[in-house]
Design a protein around this ligand. Structure first.
Ligand SMILES: Cc1cc2nc3c(=O)[nH]c(=O)nc-3n(C[C@H](O)[C@H](O)[C@H](O)COP(=O)(O)O)c2cc1C
Length: 402
């Protein structure tokens, strides 16, 4: 019997969502990666309440994949929390035949959860079409074309090497569309000058939906003692893919640009670690979201907070359906020249101010020298203040507002 955690919620709020005509019980989907590396793992995630899962990218058996060790490294915040995550992991190493069997099993056991087959093959029509057909025939609800892995795979002419080329994006999407009759979603890389042109190329190739973003190409750091780049694989490293909270602003930018430019459903991906982040993506046009790194850091059970938080938000705002959220903030993203230039001056709440002097220092050193202490009180020179907001961000007590 399939557990249905998400149904213990309030009756009048419907957190189901539709993507390419497929109904998801909730908008929270596991992104392709370590959390979807085995069928047994995906079943456990479904038991916890995840609405869908994109399989760790599958490839033809003749494509040889060997992962290096170690293959992860992180950037931490002041309290030890992980804010950015680098990986140099490749696609799934597991044989296709085993995966195809697991897909069938999962769909029989969890018919209402959505399973998306992520695929990648050499840039060869026959290879892509054979792989796409096999995975589609095994019973997945949709395919996601991985045109976006930024490390390792582009050296073999695949992954981001495809998604950085509009012509190839369009052509390869067309190849897959010719042989399957389930929705085809193209997963885009943020490592391009203009993501809109690539999203349009996918649409021209017949894509039914877009996933954005895959990881951001990066080099996470150097060990100062050994002078080895990280993650150090016996003294050497390579450019990797950055994910987690740090990339959320890049994902939000990409999703909103795509949502403004084309009319395809979008999976918002990148740095989602809370239900609030998911709502941000949906407000910018995503129909559903995918999560990878947050699950690698916290585990599958974050889904419980995600569902409860989303429901609470919808209840408080009197929102009954996800479609009422989708894209609501999009028309508030404008050209810079269209934004207000009304003068604003910082307001000081001296009751909250602890006189640490941080605001005075940064306003003097990197602002407009508008803040001073006078007779034991923080004061602003309204003439000098340019309303840049630096002091409001630096103040540890939120004593300053615009
Ligand atoms: C260790 C790791 C492995 C990943 N493997 C894949 C993969 O096989 N296929 C794919 O399309 N994306 C892969 N991704 C990218 C994620 O699906 C996702 O697009 C990206 O990490 C951004 O989302 P996040 O910040 O929630 O992790 C991987 C990410 C990580 C961290």
């Amino acid at each position: 019997m399939e557990p249905i955690l998400y149904e213990k919620n309030s009756k009048c709020i419907d957190i189901s969502t539709e993507f390419c005509g497929i109904k998801f019980p909730n908008p929270f989907v596991l992104a392709s990666g370590p959390p979807t590396a085995y069928g047994t793992m995906i079943k456990r995630a479904f038991d916890m309440g995840w609405g869908g899962a994109v399989l760790k990218t599958l490839k033809p058996d003749n494509m040889n994949i060997v992962d290096v060790k170690p293959r992860f490294n992180v950037i931490r915040g002041n309290h030890g929390e992980i804010v950015g995550f680098q990986n140099i992991e490749l696609v799934s190493k597991r044989p296709l035949t085993i995966w195809l069997k697991e897909i069938e099993e999962i769909k029989i056991q969890y018919p209402n959860r959505i399973l998306i087959g992520s695929i990648m093959a050499e840039a060869d029509k026959k290879e892509w079409q054979e792989l796409a057909k096999k995975v589609a025939d095994s019973g997945v609800d949709a395919l996601e074309l991985n045109f976006s892995c930024p490390h390792g795979m582009p050296e073999m002419g695949v992954g981001a090497a495809i998604g950085q080329n509009a012509k190839m994006t369009s052509e390869l999407t067309e190849w897959v569309k010719q042989v399957v009759n389930i929705p085809v979603i193209v997963k885009l890389t943020p490592n391009v000058t203009d993501i809109i042109s690539i999203a349009k190329a996918a649409q021209n190739g017949g894509a039914d939906g877009i996933s954005a973003i895959n990881t951001v190409q990066c080099l996470i750091g150097i060990n100062l003692d050994t002078m080895e780049p990280l993650p150090s694989v016996d003294g050497y490293s390579t450019y990797g893919g950055y994910s987690g909270l740090a990339v959320k602003p890049i994902g939000l930018r990409a999703v909103s640009q795509i949502a403004k430019s084309i009319n395809l459903p979008i999976f918002g991906i990148g740095g989602i670690s809370s239900w609030e982040h998911a709502v941000e993506y949906m407000l910018l046009g995503a129909s559903a979201v995918q999560v990878c790194t947050a699950v690698m850091i916290e585990g599958y059970d974050i889904i419980i907070n995600f569902i409860e938080g989303l429901e609470r938000y919808m209840r408080n705002k009197n929102i009954k359906k996800i479609t009422e959220i989708k894209g609501k903030s999009l028309n508030r993203i404008k050209d810079h020249s269209a934004l207000s230039i009304v003068k604003k001056v910082v307001q000081i709440n001296n009751k909250l101010c602890i006189q640490c002097g941080k605001c005075v220092k940064v306003c003097g050193d990197a602002g407009y020298d508008a803040l001073k202490f006078k007779n034991g009180q923080l004061v602003v020179d309204a003439e000098k203040c340019d309303g840049c907001s630096l002091c409001t961000i630096i103040c540890p007590k939120r004593a300053l507002t615009l």
